[in-house]
Design a protein around this ligand. Structure first.
Ligand code: NPG
Length: 371
């Protein structure tokens, strides 16, 4: 393919329900939507970096700067004369260290363009083996325990098959106990986004009483030894999210006993092709994986549905229907039926922005050309 131009677009979508984590409150999702224009047609990508560098060092304005100043020149150098492939994007951008979410957005858009022109879906290309995936939902930290139980009840009524509770010191054991008492059979897990320290291990061990599927990222990103200590002390399986930045890191984390489950997010590891490699490494080691979410619009969520249909994704992901996040979504809504969502089968992502929604949600748009 020949790369002719890249459109960068800042979008803002109000969230249906404010979402609070140990890192702060989200009331709207701001994202960067990327469109690559090639001689074989267009492709769409989404950059999941948040406005603040609080999930990881990446943030939206930084992603924009690195895209415009560093990544797009490399991508144009690789593709303006032809020969651009999705598999070639990561090697072409490798001279820039870090910035996985910005890189993921470009690779996703090129992959979408490539697959649309071939008439193949993301699911087929990534190696999906299922046509539907189980839906999970992530519930933020609510002002009260009662409000939490109420929110969980609404999601259970809507048909979600597993619930993840955000926790932090001071909002953990009592909340999990309250939800467990009301829903004794519910598939339940917790996510700390690194809010605890090794000194908290005895406290974290109290979570063992509630039959959780897993505890996600209890300690800071770089604490492999600490996570291995948590894993040794708790019966509840330890899952890693922020720590896992590549397939190589996943292999290391597993080897040192830091986790027995992995959350896979394409943005965190630099693209959907690396996300497949994380899946492959984990599967070879017998470690189950599930698909994480970053409040994606319908674009990123469609790609996540394809990823979550791979054979090693044996746990439900943070994959919820469009109406749990946005009304309307950027794309046609992705809907849940019987607690499951269909994996898109159309060419590329199988979804595209609805023009009218895209216009309404656009904050600004810029077009970059080679040279
Ligand atoms: O359903 O997309 C979703 C949200 C799942 O809790 C979720 N994501 O820490 O994993 C996380 C959290 C997140 C949200 C991370 C936004 C980064 C941005």
């Amino acid at each position: 393919m020949r790369l002719e131009a890249v459109e960068l677009r800042r979008v803002a979508l109000p969230l249906v329900t404010p979402f609070r984590t140990s890192r702060g409150v989200h009331t709207e999702r701001q994202a960067l939507v990327v469109r690559v224009l090639t001689d074989s047609g267009d492709g769409w990508g989404e950059c999941v970096a948040e406005p603040e560098p609080s999930y990881s060092p990446e943030f939206l304005d930084g992603a924009l700067l690195v895209l415009e100043r560093h990544l797009l020149p490399l991508l144009f150098a690789a593709g303006a004369a032809g020969g651009l492939t999705a598999a070639g994007v990561a090697p072409a951008l490798a001279a820039v260290k870090g910035h996985p979410m910005a890189k993921c957005a470009l690779e996703m858009a090129v992959l979408d363009a490539e697959l649309r022109s071939e008439g193949r879906s993301f699911a087929e290309r990534l190696g999906a083996v299922r046509s539907e995936v189980d839906c999970g939902v992530a519930v933020g930290i609510t002002p009260t325990v009662d409000a939490l139980v109420e929110q969980v009840a609404a999601y259970v009524d809507a048909g979600y098959r597993r619930v993840k509770l955000k926790i932090e010191p001071g909002a953990d054991v009592d909340r999990v106990r309250a939800v467990r008492e009301r829903f004794p059979e519910l598939d339940l897990q917790v996510d700390a986004n690194g809010a605890y320290r090794v000194e908290d291990i005895p406290h974290l061990a109290e979570l063992d009483a509630f039959g959780l599927l897993l505890v996600e990222q209890p300690l800071p990103d770089d604490d492999f030894d600490g996570h291995a200590a948590v894993a040794a002390a708790l019966r509840t399986p330890v899952c890693l999210d922020e720590t896992i930045t590549s397939a190589r890191v996943a292999a290391h984390a597993i080897a040192v006993g830091a986790c027995s489950v992995v959350n896979v997010k394409a943005g965190r590891v630099g693209g959907y092709l690396e996300a497949v490699r994380v899946h492959d490494v984990c599967r070879a080691a017998g470690v189950p994986v599930w698909c994480g979410g970053m409040l994606e619009t319908g674009l990123g969520r469609a790609a996540n549905l394809a990823l979550a249909a791979l054979p090693g994704f044996t746990l439900p992901g943070d994959l919820s229907a469009s109406d749990r996040y946005y009304r309307p979504d950027l794309t046609e809504p992705l809907v849940m039926r019987g607690g499951r969502m269909r994996v898109p089968t159309g060419p590329g992502l199988g979804v595209a922005p609805v023009d009218e929604h895209l216009e309404a949600m656009t904050v600004w748009v810029r077009l970059a050309r080679p040279g």
